[in-house]
Write a protein that binds this ligand. Structure first.
Ligand SMILES: Cc1ncc(COP(=O)(O)O)c(C=O)c1O
Length: 386
């Protein structure tokens, strides 16, 4: 296991919410601090103070590109995953004004779904949201049926944040290209958890997010394939290849670069397999402790290695987690002013309300241990029994 663990995990409950956000890896923190403490210069300055930040930005861009099999010049740093998704969707739809159709799917993150709604409202874009099957998958035939000559862009996530379900991106991107459309995927949850190569996937645009891979919140990137034209969302000084103006956040870009390098190591040094084994052990132990009451939500196989989304018959997810104070995890419901409603992702998969409300999402990460799994099993079993 990676050493050392971040101090933030030391005394709290067992953290099983890595899909919500990850702690900053201490090695990432060490990498970024010099660009806050000493190397403060503007990377665009031609004097000596600009040199180290400029070089660090280049290195960070190369590291992010390497994680994705991309070229450094194809990486645009942004301020969040939401912003990367906005730049991809709005950037394409405004640049390709003649083609007014955009296709996404119902279980996308709100940053994609709400951008679709805004594009409809503000730019007259026609949006089609594809449905998903009961295990969370988009059917490639449904994309083939919905796509037309006026489709500019198809945006489908690699992995769902709630269920971890993986979409057949290669097949979907090939369909988009056959019709002259571009393909974007939101890989916020997938980057660092599964191998991603933009050429193998055949994608034109891809979002990665720092705070899902042990870098700070407030840094992300968009991969933009060479030759793809985007209308910028932030106009100004020409930074980030003219696609995202604003003096670069060098320290956080360095953090994302360092995180990308560590993520690449996780994929080859057995870390990801270790996490998958712990996740499966957690599932096995809970199934054994709660016979006939546990349901897995989403595909069992085509799934992120760290995510376990389960419903437990006869329970309410938010009550279970409130009572199981030994662990920190997420429910499958949203809470608005004290009222709990089932997750739209689970609802879109056709999961009945009662089962959706009985859901917890347990997401593991770099510092999860077998002991954590035992604690979580005991805590959930205890609250279900009472
Ligand atoms: C799949 C997915 N896309 C996009 C985002 C948005 O990232 P950010 O919080 O950096 O805007 C998230 C974060 O929850 C996510 O899970």
């Amino acid at each position: 296991m990676s050493d050392p663990a971040p101090p933030g995990l030391a005394d709290g409950p067992v953290y099983l919410d890595y899909n919500a956000t990850t702690p900053i890896d201490p090695r990432v923190l060490d990498a970024l601090l010099p660009y806050l403490r000493t190397d403060f210069g503007n990377p665009s300055s031609s004097h000596v103070y600009g040199e180290a930040p400029h070089a660090a930005l280049d290195t960070a861009r190369t590291r992010v590109a390497d994680l994705l099999g991309a070229r450094p010049g194809e990486i645009v740093f942004t301020g969040s995953g939401s912003e990367s998704n906005l730049l991809a969707l709005q950037g394409v739809m405004v640049a390709r004004g003649q083609r007014a159709h955009l296709i996404a799917q119902v279980t996308e993150h709100p940053s994609v779904l709400q951008t679709c709604r805004a594009l409809e409202r503000l730019h007259g874009v026609r949006v089609t949201l594809l449905p998903v099957s009961s295990d969370g998958h988009v059917d490639p035939d449904a994309l083939a049926a919905a796509i037309g000559d006026d489709t500019a862009l198809v945006s489908i996530m690699v992995a769902n944040n709630e269920t971890g379900v993986l979409q057949p991106i290669q097949e979907l991107a090939a369909i988009a290209h056959r019709h002259g459309a571009l393909f974007h995927c939101d890989a916020a949850q997938a980057a660092g958890k599964i191998a991603l190569d933009v050429d193998t996937l055949g994608v034109d645009l891809l979002t990665v997010v720092g705070h899902k891979m042990y870098a700070p919140k407030g840094i992300a990137a968009l991969y933009v394939r060479t030759g793809v034209e985007l209308e910028p969302v932030v106009h100004g000084g020409g930074q980030e290849h003219g696609l995202r103006a604003g003096t670069e956040n060098v320290a956080f870009a360095v953090a994302l670069g360092a995180a990308a390098e560590l993520a690449a190591a996780d994929l080859t040094d057995g870390t990801v397999h270790r996490i998958a084994r712990l996740r499966d052990e957690l599932h096995r132990k809970l199934t054994e402790a709660l016979p006939c009451r546990l349901h897995l939500n989403g595909a069992a196989e085509a799934r992120l290695p760290n995510t376990l989304n389960i419903s437990i018959d006869g329970c309410l997810g938010h009550e279970m987690l409130a009572a199981a104070s030994e662990i920190a995890a997420s429910t499958g419901s949203a809470c608005h002013s004290g009222t709990h409603t089932p997750s739209p992702v689970l609802t879109a998969m056709g999961i009945p309300e009662q089962r959706a409300m009985a859901t917890v999402r347990l997401s593991l990460g770099r510092w999860t241990t077998l002991r954590d799994i035992e604690t979580a099993t005991a805590a959930l079993t205890k609250v279900v029994a009472t």
